[in-house]
Design a protein around this ligand. Structure first.
Ligand code: GDP
Ligand code: SF4
Ligand code: MG
Length: 417
């Protein structure tokens, strides 16, 4: 027997595909508070008593926009009472499972041999390190702590867990330092389990390339197989018949946007349903941010400034989606003229704050790291950002249904502003 479902699920430990971030630093450096600030949750225990959390505690959580992560609070490994050997062993064990390390430094307690030794071990293991100089709200001069980081070529942010100053900057550094393949998530992550059936609706119309399927379709099929699930690929015409013939309900129906209205009508309401565009938007960027961005379209007024950003300089066609179709739909939605600016390729303007909305392409030619960084820059500038796929699902009136399989993004969509 080649496929044992039991084996497969063992193989897919939930933390396997999560980014592992470990927070190092001495007791009271602000590690637990920093974790809370990063996650907006009270997941780690914060205490005034040194060493309350005495063992490395790993917790799975969601850090937006990084996605699912495991954060290890390394409380206790600076414990002077503990036998040196044990302490070193614990540290090395944590470093082993670390993808990116955060070194928390209290500006009032300058780094010394403890931090140097830790840094040496992290560098020996080739682990990227970001320094968080903590407690930025306190009247303590952080110049020396920041200089310490700079002299060692370590990116550093000055953060406060109290005011959240610098938290976005820290996230940006984490994204920049993380090896891109570790930030990459798969198309169907968290959506299918071994043994599930996924139904893919792929219209074969004039726009479909001859003799093959397009990349998002192929990627989804491949990823279903990687998840030990199986696929049924149909054209929209056969969908209803195919669903009727299945003995068990499929876990998910995914459709091409071209066929979204018919596919939605033919898929019973209790079967999770989404589009390839939404799957790609989630894989490439921060779906929740893009959903908030699409809601901002409703607030646009005539005369608004909108940046249409494309990540590559592909050959443009007469009815180009970015230059022609998107502007037309946006003008229709807003009911007046809009001041459009366009950028393409690696240029992404520094002065984002002058725009009322950024509408980004599907980002197929750039990685998740770059797209997340663009999203964070828009967020920092206070500018909503949406992408073509999410915007078009809204234009087609199917966004609400297509978001239901993604609870956080769905909540962002239905929540009152
Ligand atoms: N004012 C201020 N106090 C902080 C900040 N971060 C942590 N603290 C305080 O510093 C102490 C140690 O913080 P904690 O997160 O428990 O440090 P840990 O031992 O490294 O986990 C606690 O009293 C926190 O309230 C901050 O950003 N601003
Ligand atoms: S969606 Fe892909 S092909 Fe189109 S502009 Fe963006 S990166 Fe280029
Ligand atoms: Mg702690």
């Amino acid at each position: 027997m080649r496929h044992s479902i039991g084996m497969a699920s063992l193989h897919q430990t939930p933390s396997g595909s999560r980014l592992h971030i470990s927070i190092f630093g001495r007791r009271n450096a602000g590690k637990s508070s920093l974790i809370n600030a990063l996650t907006n949750q009270h997941a780690a225990i914060v205490s005034h008593v040194p060493g309350t959390t005495t063992d490395p505690v790993a917790k799975a959580m969601e850090i937006l926009p990084l996605g699912p992560v495991v954060i290890t609070d390394t409380a206790g490994i600076d414990d002077a009472d503990e036998l040196g050997v044990l302490r070193v062993e614990k540290t090395l064990r944590v470093i082993d499972s670390t993808d990116v390390a955060v070194l928390a430094v209290d500006p009032a307690v300058l780094p010394d041999a403890y931090e140097e030794e830790l840094l040496g071990k992290l560098r020996a293991g080739n682990r990227p390190v970001v320094v968080a100089v903590t407690k930025a709200d306190l009247p303590v001069d952080a110049t020396a702590a920041l200089a310490w980081a700079r002299e060692r070529n370590l990116p550093a942010a000055h953060v406060s867990a109290v005011t959240r100053h610098g938290v976005e900057e820290l996230k940006r550094l984490l994204i920049a330092e993380t090896p891109p393949d570790l930030l990459q998530s798969a198309v169907l992550d968290d959506l299918v389990r071994p043994g599930d059936c996924v139904v893919l609706v792929t219209p074969i119309d004039k726009a479909a390339p001859k003799g093959r399927l397009i990349l998002p379709q192929v990627m989804t099929i491949r990823d279903a197989l990687d998840h030990d699930a199986y696929c049924l690929v149909v054209k929209e015409r056969e969908l209803k018949f195919a669903l009727g013939n299945l003995k068990t309900k499929p876990r998910l129906v995914v459709t091409d946007s071209q066929a979204v209205l018919k596919a939605a009508a033919d898929t019973p309401d209790d079967i999770p349903f989404t589009t390839f565009s939404i799957l790609m938007a989630r894989m490439k960027g921060d779906l929740e941010q893009l959903v908030r961005g699409v809601k901002a379209v409703e607030r646009l007024r005539p005369g608004a400034r909108v940046l249409v950003a494309e990540a590559c300089t592909h050959h443009r066609q007469a009815d180009d989606i970015g230059k022609v179709q998107i502007p037309r739909w946006l003008r229709q939605q807003v009911g007046g003229d809009i001041d459009f600016a366009f950028c393409s390729g690696p240029e992404f303007p520094a002065d984002l704050a002058t725009y009322d909305l950024v509408i980004h392409c599907g980002a197929c030619m750039i990685n998740r790291q770059e797209m997340l960084t663009r999203g964070l820059r828009a967020h920092e500038a206070g500018v909503p950002m949406v992408n073509y796929g999410v915007f078009l699902s809204a234009v087609h009136g199917v966004l609400e249904r297509a978001l239901r399989p993604f609870p956080a993004a769905y909540l962002a969509y239905i929540e009152e502003e």
